[in-house]
Write a protein that binds this ligand. Structure first.
Ligand SMILES: [Zn+2]
Ligand SMILES: [Zn+2]
Length: 254
């Protein structure tokens, strides 16, 4: 069985747990060591029980806590060469390099990475499988590509970025340069882009749809909820949002 949970999601820190059998992977770690430990324990997951850390890209909300967690608990880190080159702290217990065009296995989890347009050196996102069910994760992406749409077809669970509402961003507090960065082709997905992406993929077997990486300044949970419902053609109550403080609890993919 495949299951997943979020330690928290947003521009102040990200971390996602993916588990199959005895294999338990932490995807990204943007929290301090103490905060990571606290959030892992909240999910009933002692840090010693982790198998490995995977990193999507070097931005601090995804990578700031990776080095310390890896050293403290002797955890191997999987990442692209570009991400490794761009991280400040690369004193890992061990580093293993991901080729974004090549699938890999970490114990019981089969992992398919894919490159995404985002303003980092070599960012990627992932589909995880236990050999039976598939979970797709897509955040920190400025625009969709044919490969992204292909990768997200016929998933059993999807964690999808709904970063901002275009009107709130345009009229919000960010300086013009940051507004341009967020809304650019290498920035983040807005609610409408997430709706569009969902409309392009076959959601027939989807058991879980989770909204991720919501901006606390430029979005509202009700807007993100509505965007996902519109794209998936489903009831609002069926969708969950992972927020910065609480993330989401374990979701089982049967
Ligand atoms: Zn991010
Ligand atoms: Zn990023």
């Amino acid at each position: 069985m495949l299951r997943f949970a979020s330690l928290g999601s947003g521009s102040k820190g990200n971390g996602t747990l993916i588990e199959s059998g005895k294999t338990r992977i932490l995807l990204d770690c943007g929290f301090t060591l103490g905060e990571t430990e606290r959030r892992l324990h909240r999910l009933g997951c002692p840090p010693q029980s982790l198998t490995a850390i995977l990193v999507t890209h070097e931005h601090s909300d995804h990578a700031a806590g990776v080095g310390r967690l890896s050293r403290r608990y002797n955890l191997p880190v999987w990442l692209t060469v570009g991400t490794h080159h761009s991280m400040r702290d690369t004193q890992f217990a061990s580093a293993h390099f991901i080729n974004v065009h090549q699938e890999l296995d970490v114990h019981d989890l089969h992992i398919t990475p894919f490159p995404v347009p985002h303003d980092a050196r070599e960012p990627c996102q992932f589909v995880f499988s236990d050999g039976n069910r598939r979970l797709g994760i897509l955040t920190d992406v400025g625009s969709h590509t044919p490969l992204i749409i292909q990768m997200l077809q016929r998933l059993d669970a999807l964690m999808l970025e709904c970063n901002y509402d275009a009107n709130m961003l345009a009229n919000g507090p960010y300086p013009p340069s940051l507004k341009a960065r967020v809304a650019g082709r290498y920035g983040h997905l807005d609610n409408k882009q997430s709706t569009y992406l969902l409309e392009q993929i076959d959601l027939g077997g989807l058991q879980h749809l989770i909204g991720m990486h919501l901006s606390e300044n430029n979005n509202l949970p009700e807007y993100a909820h509505q965007a996902l419902c519109n794209g998936a053609g489903c009831e609002q109550g069926w969708i969950q949002l992972a927020n910065q403080r609480d993330g989401i609890g374990w979701c089982e993919v049967c």
